[in-house]
Design a protein around this ligand. Structure first.
Ligand code: B12
Ligand code: SF4
Length: 499
């Protein structure tokens, strides 16, 4: 008899990835409770699929993993409809969106519990309590409704990742073939999404990881990571890896150890890192990492302005100068830096907000001239509820408010907020958003991303020529011709589609 249905809402139209969030939750109850996974990425009609499972009457618990963006957009109406049709179902949400917005989620009335942060212990404990009719009120990481409002329990210590049970890949393969999860990317023909550590040791004030993990980080050992990857390589033919860790390269020792282990496997890989951390890596380590297959690394550069870097709390050691030096250094090792920037942070006057945007546009141009292979991802600053951070205080003082009702999150303007495109922050004027987006259009035309494997060399050349004059004379207004090409060729926009 199956008892728990775990749902991964749709997050991509193609290039499906192994649903690691929900798979971790499945691992936490494996052998104890019966579970099944429904992956919205692999279903045409998720409601139909879930409803047909619920109709059997054997499923009592429904777990949703919810990221902001498309996953949230699908989850809200779906959860509401499910609760209307199957009121006895216990609805439990976890993941980044409900963790940071647990109150509005629970106040909706159709989500019964939220696990804030890691669910590896909290989820099985909650199910145990509900199954045995014992109190759940003391379970760490749990948020729930009471007659007098929403309660959020204290945080649990981060779990030693080496003690976690193995991910049930073979069982997942019984629901959806693993091979189809290994997508073709610029890294390889069968790219595996792997998550090797949890949290992040830093406290950047714009980052959704911080309110959850509060500068804590725990990782699996290099050997365990290698063992899992080797298993999937040998069994299903993975030939490349995307590391989904918030910060894969925290430890030089672990990275080097992993690089040594993976080098003979001849797999390309990618991960996310910090510039100041990796700038401290030795030349030998960087050379080894490249030799071991690491082609491209994603870094939060955020801004070239040291004052903004301080406001963003980039850990104190990252500076505009260092961002430039590091782009030049990686060039020597043939590792592509993928730099993301956060534009549109608040300032005392609109003139200063605009001046800051102009500053960073010029800074990005400078980075491109230092290392033209640098990939640029432009985000617009979307606040996250980091209580007590100077930036969040400033945001609230300027009159910014999150939606008060869960359904409001699916309004188009909040969707734009989630995608970090047009975030409705009171200090950003339409002209500023236009400037950022137009610059981005011209930049992406002049430097098409290497991660787009569908765009032919000829198309790239045409794009580059079309954008060339604009880029050279620093003129970005009304780039209709490029927007048209973007529409017709649908080329990749990492800032919208995720990396
Ligand atoms: C993979 C990924 C994606 C994939 C989709 C994943 C999928 N499911 O198919 C893609 C690339 C599509 C994607 C896109 C986006 N993403 Co994304 N994504 C991630 C990433 C890198 C990994 C998620 C993951 O697998 N984690 C591994 C698991 C083990 O960790 P976890 O999810 O935290 O799960 C634990 C707990 O949260 C909890 N839990 C999670 N789910 C559940 C469910 C239940 C029932 C329970 C009980 C517990 C529980 O228990 C788990 C185990 O401890 C995260 C960052 C990260 N490292 O987590 C960002 C992240 C979640 N994404 C983020 C964002 C913003 C986006 C976008 C919306 C915007 C953008 N431009 O990037 C886009 C949207 C575009 C789109 N098409 O969806 C942000 C969210 C920020 C926020 N404000 O909350 C994150 C945190 C990145 C970041 N640092 O900013 N993303
Ligand atoms: S280093 Fe990256 S993941 Fe860590 S807090 Fe800063 S932005 Fe977030």
């Amino acid at each position: 008899m199956r008892k728990i249905l775990l749902f991964n809402p749709r997050s991509a139209n193609a290039k499906y990835r192994i649903p690691n969030s929900i798979l971790n939750i499945a691992a936490s109850i494996e052998g104890k409770y019966e579970w099944m996974i429904v992956d919205g990425n692999r279903e045409d009609d998720s409601f139909d699929k879930i409803a047909s499972c619920l109709k059997s009457g054997q499923i009592r618990y429904l777990g949703f993993t919810v990221m902001p963006g498309p996953q949230m957009k699908q989850s809200i109406p779906l959860a509401k409809k499910i609760k209307e049709h199957f009121p006895a179902t216990v609805m439990i949400w976890g993941g980044y969106f409900p963790t940071n917005h647990y109150k509005v989620v629970l106040e909706s009335g159709y989500v019964d519990f939220v696990i804030c942060g890691p669910g590896d212990n909290a989820f099985p404990q909650l199910i145990d309590a509900l199954e045995n009719n014992t109190p759940y009120e003391f379970i760490r990481n749990l948020a729930y409704r009471t007659g007098s409002g929403v309660i959020k329990n204290g945080k649990e210590e981060l779990i030693d990742q080496e003690t976690l049970p193995p991910l049930p890949y073979d069982k997942l393969n019984g629901f959806y073939s693993i091979e189809k999860y290994l997508g073709k990317t610029y890294l390889g023909n069968k790219t595996l999404a792997y998550h090797s550590s949890i949290g992040c040791p830093f406290t950047c004030s714009f980052c959704a990881v911080v309110p959850i993990y509060e500068a804590r980080w725990k990782a699996k050992s290099a050997q365990s990571v290698y063992r899992d990857i080797k298993y999937i390589k040998d069994k299903w033919g993975a030939d490349a890896i995307e590391f989904h860790d918030n910060n894969f390269f925290v430890s030089e020792k672990r990275t080097v150890e992993f690089a040594r282990l993976i080098r003979p496997e001849k797999m390309n890989w990618w991960g996310m890192a910090r510039i100041d951390t990796m700038h401290r890596f030795s030349d030998q380590s960087l050379a080894l990492i490249r030799e071991a297959g690491c082609k491209i690394i994603f870094f939060g550069a955020e801004s070239g302005n040291d004052r903004i870097l301080k406001l963003l709390d980039k850990g104190g050691t990252q500076s505009g100068k260092q961002i430039e030096e590091f782009a030049a250094r990686l060039k020597k090792f043939d590792i592509i830096p993928e730099y993301s920037f956060v534009l549109g942070t608040p300032a005392p006057s609109s003139k200063e907000v605009m001046a800051q945007i102009d500053f960073d546009i010029n800074f990005i141009r400078k980075i491109k001239s230092i290392n033209p292979k640098t990939e640029i991802v432009l985000y617009t600053y979307s606040p996250v509820p980091t209580e007590g951070s100077e930036l969040y205080e400033e945001v609230l003082a300027k009159g910014f408010e999150f939606p008060k009702k869960l359904e409001d999150w699916v309004n188009p303007q909040w969707e734009n907020f989630d995608m970090r495109k047009n975030p409705l922050t009171p200090w950003l004027e339409p002209e500023m958003i236009d400037k950022i987006r137009n610059f981005e259009t011209v930049l992406n035309g002049y430097y098409p991303t290497v991660s787009d494997i569908r765009l032919s060399n000829l198309k790239k050349k045409i794009l580059r020529m079309t954008a060339g004059l604009r880029y050279k004379i620093n003129f970005y207004r009304h780039p209709y011709e490029l927007k048209l090409l973007q529409k017709v060729w649908k080329y990749r926009q990492p800032e919208i589609q995720g990396f």
